[in-house]
Structure formats: C-alpha cells, structure tokens
Ligand binder design. Structure first.
Ligand SMILES: [Zn+2]
Length: 281
C-alpha cells in the first residue's frame, strides 16, 4: 500500500472496483453454491421469495446510501485526508502503518457495531431483518434495513475522522468487507478447508452459527472479516449444537420469517414487535 494516497485516482477507481468486485463475487459465489452446496435442500426452499426480498433490499439500500451519503466512507476519507484530520496524521504515523492499523481498526469497529446491533433493543429492531432470513446464501449478505446501512456508513465515517485512516486503506477495507460478507453468507461447502480458514477469516460454517435459531448461537461469531475479535472477546463458537445440516436458520420468535419486502421496511417501527420484546425480556 502506498505511503500517500492519490485522491483523484482513488475516487476514479472506487466505483469501478466495488461494482466489479460485487458483481464478480456475487456471480462466482452463486455458481459455487450450485457446484458445492453445504445445505442445498434448505437453500432451495423458498428461493424465489427470498431472492426477491434480498435483492430488492440491496437496490433500495444502494439508492438510499447514494442519496443520503453520496461520497460514502471513501469520499469522506479523501476529504479528511486532504485536510490532515485525525489522530494518525497528527501523530505523524508513516502511511503504511496508518493504513494497516486503520484497516484493523475499521474491522474492529464493524465487529463492535454488529455486537451493539444485537445487544441494544432499538438497534436489534433494525438488525433482526437480516436474521429473519430462513435460509442462508450469498443474497443474505445484501439483506439489511436501509437505516442499518446508513448507521453503519455514519459509524465508519466517524472512526475514519477520529483516526485519520488513509483513503487507500478505507477503499481496501470496503472492498474486502463486501467480498467477505458475500463469501461467509454463501451456502458453500469448503470441506476440510473451512475449519483452518476460520482461524483467520469468517467462513460460511463460522458465520452460519451466528444465523442459528438457538439464541446462544445467534449471540456468537459476530465477525464479518477477521475472527480474531470473536476469539479475543470469548464470543466464538466452532460448531452449532445441532450440526450444520440439521440446524435451523432464522429466529426462534418468527420461524417462518414470512414478512414481505414492504413489511420488512416498516417492521422496526412496530411498537409491539414480538421479536424485539421477547429477545430482551
Ligand atoms: Zn447479526
């Protein structure tokens, strides 16, 4: 990674890199899921309805983000960098060190945000839409309420501002995070490779445990990229109690998860939502 960032160059390639990575990653993983499905029979259940909902949310999220925060995290990082804002420039950290520490700090920040989304009742109202998917495949990585996407972008921008993370590191992180989410939600059988790989990054088997209907399992394996944070915090689980084939995906309080796309968008506003109250009773 270069010690200094080239704002014009980064801005020009950002959209292209992220767009290509998303499309390429999505198509490759969707094909791989057909080639080596981990839970194929579950995955095929309700696929048309799930894909319509998940891809519909992806389109809405992209439009909302572009409308509210058109420059997003990379654009914000370019602006802060040009003004020399943040702790890293003030401390005179070398560019390469600021980039490495900044990348790790962003991953930790997203991990901490994910834990907060589960532990704070108001935030859980938003995040449970992601967990209401009754099967897991690469489209589940796109299933987030637009308010959670905006919250996440705002949180990342705050971390970038406080630390002064170089834009190149932000671009690398954003690309890695998108790809990692598509990968670890995929219904993909990695065979013997899954376990050793999960000692570094969140694999499909690692992340599937987080989507279990068993509450203690939902409250573990929060990592999207590095599993280090789960291990350090004691929130790691290496296997679901019911086994990967038999385990149920979704939420215990709404096992059918049948809300329509408009229904999911207004779900967080429902005052007496059964999921929000039961979970924190
Ligand atoms: Zn979660």
């Amino acid at each position: 990674m270069p010690a200094t960032s080239d704002p014009a160059g980064i801005a020009a390639v950002e959209g292209l890199v992220r767009g290509l990575l998303f499309l390429g990653g999505f198509l490759l993983l969707a094909l791989a899921e057909r080639w080596r499905p981990r839970r194929g029979r579950h995955h095929r259940l309700d696929r048309r309805r799930r894909w319509t909902t998940n891809l519909g949310l992806a389109v809405i999220d992209t439009l909302v983000l572009r409308l509210v925060l058109p420059a997003a995290a990379v654009g914000a990082a370019l602006g802060f960098e040009a003004q020399g804002l943040g702790a890293f420039p003030m401390l005179g950290l070398p560019g390469w060190l600021a980039a490495v520490v900044g990348f790790l700090a962003l991953d930790l920040a997203i991990w901490a945000q994910h834990v907060a989304m589960h532990r704070v009742p108001l935030l859980w109202r938003l995040h449970r839409i992601h967990h209401l998917d009754t099967a897991l495949d690469t489209t589940t990585a796109l299933r987030f309420h637009p308010a959670e996407i905006l919250l996440s972008a705002g949180w990342k921008i705050l971390v970038i501002l406080v630390l002064g993370i170089p834009a190149t590191a932000v671009l690398a992180f954003e690309a890695a995070l998108s790809l990692a989410a598509l990968f670890n939600h995929a219904d993909l059988d990695l065979g013997q490779a899954d376990r050793p790989l999960s000692s570094v990054i969140a694999t499909p088997d690692w992340h599937r445990i987080h989507h279990s209907t068993v509450p203690a399992e939902t409250d573990s394996n929060y990592a999207f990229l590095l599993t280090l944070w789960d291990r350090l915090s004691g929130l790691a689980r290496t296997a679901p109690a019911g086994g990967h084939d038999a385990m149920n995906i979704g939420l215990q309080d709404d096992p059918a998860g049948r809300a329509s796309l408009p229904g999911l968008l207004i779900l967080p506003l429902r005052k007496h939502d059964p999921g929000s109250s039961n979970r924190f009773a």
